[in-house]
Ligand binder design. Structure first.
Ligand SMILES: Nc1ncnc2c1ncn2[C@@H]1O[C@H](COP(=O)(O)OP(=O)(O)OP(=O)(O)O)[C@@H](O)[C@H]1O
Length: 702
C-alpha cells in the first residue's frame, strides 16, 4: 500500500488546473517515464527536467544590445503602428524607447487589440527576446516575454527550457509544473545525513525547485548538486529494489539439477553448426549454475546475431535432463513465433515435447497446451507475456528464460519467478550494455557474454546517401534481387505518430510494388498477428524478396539469407536502434550491406551517428558512443533521452553517484533489511516515488 502522504504526487496530471485530456496527452509525450498505458502523474511531471536554460540577464539597453543576443530591456511604449488593413505581409509594429535609443517590437499576423491591451502607450514595460539589427535599426521580433514594470518579477531571468512537442506550449507546461511543485508534501529525509553533508546535496523538494527555477544557468545542469541529488535518489531506489528482488529470489537456495548431458548431446547433433567458443563458454557457465545449489540469476549478453538462441536451447536441454520444464519468454509475438520456429524442430529432434503460447492461441489448442504444462508433458514452452497469465500452471518449472532485448525491468522476472519453485533464471539481452549499466539495470547478476560472431560472417558494408538518390538506389536493389538477394526496406520513424509511420511505409510499399510487383512484401505493427506471420513467412521462404517494414523488425528478426537493409530517414534513429536494425543482415555467410538514407541537412549529432555506423560494427563501441551522444543533449522536439530505464540519472554524468548510492543501499539493507527503522520507512516513500513499488510489495509480503 502506498502511504497517503504521497497521494498529491500520484494524482493524475489531469488533476492540475489547465490540464485537460488533450493537454495531458501532449504532456505524456514529453515526460521521461515509461507510462505503459497509464496516465502521467504529478510526480512524472516533476521529474520532467529542463534540458537547457535561456539566460535573460543581459540588460545593456537598446543601443548596446549585440545582434542576435537574448536581452531584457526596460522600455517605455511610444506608439503602435498597425499594418494597412487586410495586408498581412506587413507586420504590426510597436515603438518604444529607453535612455539609449528607440526600438521596434515587431509582430506578424498579430491581434491589434490584444497588443494594445498588452502594451498601452506611455506604459513602462519589461521586454525580453532576441535582438536583431535590421538595416541598422534595433528590432525585436515576437519578444518572448512582455510584462508591465510592476510585474517584472514574473519575468524569468533564467528560463528553463523543457523538451517540447508540437501543440504543447511551454507556458502551459510550466504552469502545470509550477502547480506540481506546489503539491510536494513535507517529506522526511531518506538519504543518509553524512551523504547529504559530504556531497552538499539539497533536500528532495529543494532540488526540484532549484531545477525548475534556477537562479544560475549552472543550477539546472546535470552536474549541479540539485540534479545530483535526484539522480542519487533514483539510483539509490534502484539499488535498494534490485537488492530486495535479488534477496527474495535467492532467499531459498535453488534446486540442484542433475544434468546427464544426454539431451544436450542430441541437440548438438541436430544443430546445423558448431557452437562458437563464447557460446560454449556461456553454455558451460549456465550448466554449472544449473548444477549448483544456488539459484541461477544470469544475464546472457550478446551483440546482434551472436547466437543467443542456441545457448538458450542448450540450457533448456539441461533442465529437461533434470526432469524439469523450461519456458522462454519473448517480448513480441513475432519473436516468440520465430524462436519457436528455430528451437521447436531442434528440440523435437532431440525428443522434447514443445509448445507455443501467445495471446493468439485459443480454444482447443490452448486448452491442450495448458493441460500439457500442468501435467508436465510439455517440457519446453515458448511464448509471450501470455505465459504469466493466471491460468498458466507448470508441473515443475525449472528454468525461466526471458528474452528481454532492450527492455529493462524486473517485472517480467518477478512474474516468471512466481510460476515455479525457485526456477533458475536466464535473461537474454541483445543490447550491448556497457558495464556500468549492467550494474544499475541488473544489479549484481552474473553475466555471460558472447564476444564473437559465428565463423564465416562477413563484415557489413555500410554507406550513407542523401534521399535524392533513392531512384538510383531502387535500381541497385533491383539488380541485387535479380541476382537472388533479399532486402529489407525500413521506413521512417515518425516520433509523433504511429499513423504517420504507417502511411510512409504504405506509400513506399506501393511505389516499390510498381517497380517490383509481387516480389515486395509489407509488415508493420498495426497488422494482425496472422498477417504479420504470413508476411514474415513469405519473405523467409523467398516468395517476396523485398520486405518493406516499420521498426517492428528491429528486434531479433532472423532471416539469415537477407543481405541488404535500407534504412530511410536514418537521421531520425538513435545509434542503438540503427545498430539493431543493421543486425538484421550479415547473419549468414554472404556479404551484406546497409544503406543509410538520410534527409539533409544533418545536425551535428545525426552526422556523428551516421559516421560511427559507417566506421564500426562493434556493438560495445556503439553503445558507449551512444551514451556520449545522448549526454550531449537532444534537440528540442524529441523526448529527452537519458540513460535507458532512468528518468533523471545519466550515467555519463552520474557514475560516481551510482557507486555511492550502491554502497549506501547495501549499508542500509545490512542494518535494516526490512526497512522498518524510521529511515527505512522514509526509504519506502522513495521507492514509491521512483516506481519501485514491486520492491515494497516484496517487503510487505515478507
Ligand atoms: N555457432 C554458430 N555458427 C553459425 N551460425 C550460428 C551459430 N550460432 C547461431 N547461428 C545462427 O546465427 C543467427 C543468429 O542467431 P540468433 O538468432 O540466436 O542471434 P541473437 O543473438 O538472438 O541475435 P539478435 O539479438 O540479433 O536476435 C541464426 O540464424 C543462427 O542460426
Amino acid at each position: 500500500m502506498r502511504p497517503t502522504i504521497l497521494d498529491p504526487l500520484f494524482a493524475p496530471i489531469t488533476s492540475l488546473s489547465g490540464v485537460g485530456e488533450k493537454v495531458a496527452g501532449l504532456i505524456e509525450r514529453v515526460v521521461p517515464a515509461d507510462l505503459g498505458g497509464r496516465h502521467a502523474r504529478v510526480a512524472d511531471l516533476l521529474f520532467t527536467l529542463p534540458h537547457s536554460v535561456i539566460d535573460r540577464r543581459l540588460r545593456p539597453g537598446i543601443a548596446l544590445s549585440p545582434e542576435g543576443a537574448i536581452v531584457t530591456l526596460d522600455l517605455r511604449i511610444d506608439r503602435h503602428q498597425p499594418p494597412p488593413r487586410g495586408n498581412h505581409s506587413v507586420p504590426y509594429r510597436v515603438f518604444a524607447h529607453d535612455d539609449t535609443g528607440e526600438i521596434s517590437l515587431t509582430f506578424f499576423r498579430a491581434q491589434g487589440q490584444w497588443l494594445e491591451r498588452q502594451m498601452p502607450v506611455g506604459e513602462q514595460m519589461v521586454v525580453s527576446g532576441r535582438m536583431e539589427w535590421f538595416n541598422g535599426r534595433p528590432n525585436m521580433v515576437h519578444p518572448d516575454h512582455i510584462a508591465k514594470a510592476e510585474d517584472a518579477a514574473s519575468l524569468p531571468l533564467i528560463e528553463p527550457v523543457y523538451p517540447g512537442t508540437a501543440g504543447l506550449s511551454s507556458k502551459v507546461l510550466k504552469r502545470a509544473i509550477d502547480q506540481a511543485l506546489g503539491r510536494i508534501p513535507a517529506l522526511p529525509e531518506w538519504l543518509d545525513g553524512d551523504a547529504l553533508r559530504t556531497h552538499a546535496l539539497p533536500a528532495f523538494s529543494a532540488a526540484l525547485s532549484a531545477l525548475h527555477h534556477p537562479d544560475e544557468p549552472s543550477e539546472a545542469a546535470p552536474e549541479s548538486n540539485a540534479w545530483k541529488r535526484l539522480a542519487y535518489d533514483e539510483l539509490f531506489a534502484g539499488q535498494i529494489a534490485l537488492a530486495l528482488v535479488r534477496g527474495s529470489t535467492r532467499r531459498d537456495s535453488g534446486r540442484r539439477m542433475a544434468l546427464t548431458g544426454e539431451i544436450a548431446a542430441r541437440i548438438r547433433t541436430a544443430l546445423p553448426f558448431q557452437l562458437t567458443r563464447s557460446q560454449e563458454q556461456a553454455v558451460a557457465e549456465i550448466d554449472s549454475d544449473l548444477r549448483s545449489d544456488n539459484r541461477m540469476l544470469r544475464l546472457l549478453q550478446g551483440d546482434v546475431g551472436s547466437g543467443k538462441t542456441a545457448v538458450a536451447l542448450m540450457a533448456m536441454a539441461g533442465a529437461a535432463e533434470a526432469g524439469r520444464q523450461s519456458a522462454l519468454m519473448a517480448p513480441t509475438e513475432i519473436l516468440a513465433r520465430q524462436h519457436f520456429a528455430t528451437i521447436g524442430p531442434l528440440a523435437q529432434k532431440a525428443g522434447l515435447r514443445t509448445a507455443i503460447l501467445t495471446g493468439r492461441e485459443k480454444g482447443r489448442d490452448r486448452a491442450e497446451t495448458l493441460a500439457g504444462l500442468a501435467s508436465g508433458e510439455i517440457q519446453l514452452i515458448v511464448g509471450t507475456h501470455a505465459l504469466f497469465q493466471e491460468q498458466v500452471e507448470f508441473h515443475d518449472l525449472g528454468l525461466a528464460i526471458v528474452d528481454e532485448q532492450h527492455r529493462f525491468g524486473v517485472h517480467q522476472r518477478l512474474a516468471m519467478n512466481a510460476k515455479g519453485e525457485q526456477p533458475d533464471m536466464l535473461v537474454m539481452t541483445a543490447t550491448p550494455i556497457p558495464r556500468t549499466l549492467v550494474l544499475t539495470a541488473f544489479g549484481d547478476m552474473e553475466v555471460s557474454r558472447l564476444t564473437e560472431k559465428p565463423a564465416g560472417r562477413q563484415p557489413i558494408r555500410t554507406v550513407s546517401m542523401p534521399d535524392d538518390r533513392i531512384g538510383e538506389l531502387v535500381g541497385r536493389i533491383g539488380d541485387a534481387m535479380a541476382d537472388g538477394q533479399k532486402a529489407y526496406w525500413i521506413c521512417p520513424l515518425v516520433e509523433e505518430s504511429e499513423e504517420l509511420d504507417l502511411t510512409a511505409a504504405q506509400k513506399r510499399f506501393e511505389s516499390l510494388q510498381k517497380v517490383f510487383g509481387d516480389a515486395v512484401g509489407l509488415v508493420h505493427g498495426k497488422m494482425h498477428g496472422r498477417d504479420k506471420d504470413e508476411a514474415m513467412r513469405r519473405f523467409k521462404e523467398g516468395e517476396t524478396r523485398l520486405l518493406v517494414a516499420t521498426t517492428v523488425i528491429e528486434v531479433g528478426v532472423d532471416v539469415p539469407d537477407a543481405t541488404i537493409i535500407v534504412i530511410e530517414h536514418a537521421e531520425r534513429f538513435g545509434l542503438a536502434q540503427l545498430h539493431q536494425l543493421r543486425g538484421r543482415v550479415g547473419r549468414g555467410s554472404k556479404p551484406s550491406s546497409c544503406v543509410l538514407v538520410f534527409k539533409g541537412p544533418l545536425g551535428e549529432t545525426a552526422k556523428r551517428r551516421l559516421t560511427i555506423m559507417r566506421e564500426t560494427e562493434d556493438g560495445f563501441l556503439i553503445a558507449e558512443e551512444d551514451l556520449k551522444l545522448r549526454g550531449e543533449g537532444e534537440v528540442l522536439g524529441t523526448r529527452q533521452s537519458g540513460t535507458p530505464g532512468f528518468q533523471i540519472a545519466r550515467l555519463d554524468v552520474h557514475q560516481d553517484v551510482l557507486a555511492i548510492a550502491r554502497d549506501d543501499a547495501r549499508l542500509l539493507l545490512s542494518r535494516d533489511p526490512e526497512l522498518q527503522s524510521p529511515r527505512g520507512q522514509s526509504v519506502r516513500l522513495l521507492l514509491h516515488l521512483f516506481g519501485r513499488e514491486e520492491a515494497v510489495r516484496l517487503l510487505d509480503a515478507g
